[in-house]
Ligand binder design. Sequence first.
Ligand code: FMN
Length: 269
Amino acid sequence: MSLVINIYYTGKCGNAKKFVNEMIQSGTVDLIRKEPGNLGYDYFFCEANPETVLLIDKWKDKSALDAHHKTAMMNTIAELRKKYNLSMRVEQFYQLDGESVGDFDEVISKRTAIRKFSNNLLSDEILQKILEAGRKAPTAKNMQPQVIYVIKSNDAHAKLDLATPCRYGAPVCLLVCADKSQAWSSGDYSSYEMDATIVATHMMLEATNLGVDNIWVKNFDSKILKNEFELSENIVPVCLMPLGYRAPDCPINPMHNVRKELDSFVFYK
Ligand SMILES: Cc1cc2nc3c(=O)[nH]c(=O)nc-3n(C[C@H](O)[C@H](O)[C@H](O)COP(=O)(O)O)c2cc1C
């Protein structure tokens, strides 16, 4: 997981720009860019406030940033900041970029229902990883009855929107179905829905793991889906999963942290 740090330097009488010039002229910027794990060290000038300069500082991981903080360059930067009397505001972000969060507890805590997506597309590489996680899911008797439709085109969006109000603007939706004729069955029981659910759960958690926002949707009209996407009789839509990146004004789901206590549903016998 790479780190992105935004540092806003603000001063008076053009001091922020003078600071940048001296950082560059003294060779300090070049030295920082050559440090192991530095992915970028670039200044940007602020249109709204000419006395502010934004530094976007990117590091491969936290240990690269920690090593940078221990170098002599930090003193040089601090002295120059003092010389030009600059105030500083810092924002730090983790950039997932399809890299894994890595910590399963963090993944299951982070996952939450997203109901407003931005237009940002996810890469084919990330989508592939999500689908691959579904492929690895267990199914009854390993029959693998899942059938997944990747809904990406404008035409497919329009068809899907006829069947559900719950796409929430996502650029990609996975329509996870089960082929009843392919599922394990015994008597009047068939595992098709359970199998497809496990497949979808794998994909949902992998999406979160890769920094891709998602939601599980059951509010769809199966008949319309079957008509619009010409699904054969034995294909049953089980779950719809919008995928993408949350919009900046996406509301926080108030239900996310509302969970029953363990002792209300776990019984030790
Ligand atoms: C089986 C299932 C069906 C769901 N169907 C919908 C749905 O049709 N529309 C929707 O907006 N959210 C739907 N959700 C999302 C839940 O409302 C949401 O997961 C729940 O409130 C818990 O919040 P959290 O996911 O942020 O922890 C569904 C979730 C599940 C597991």
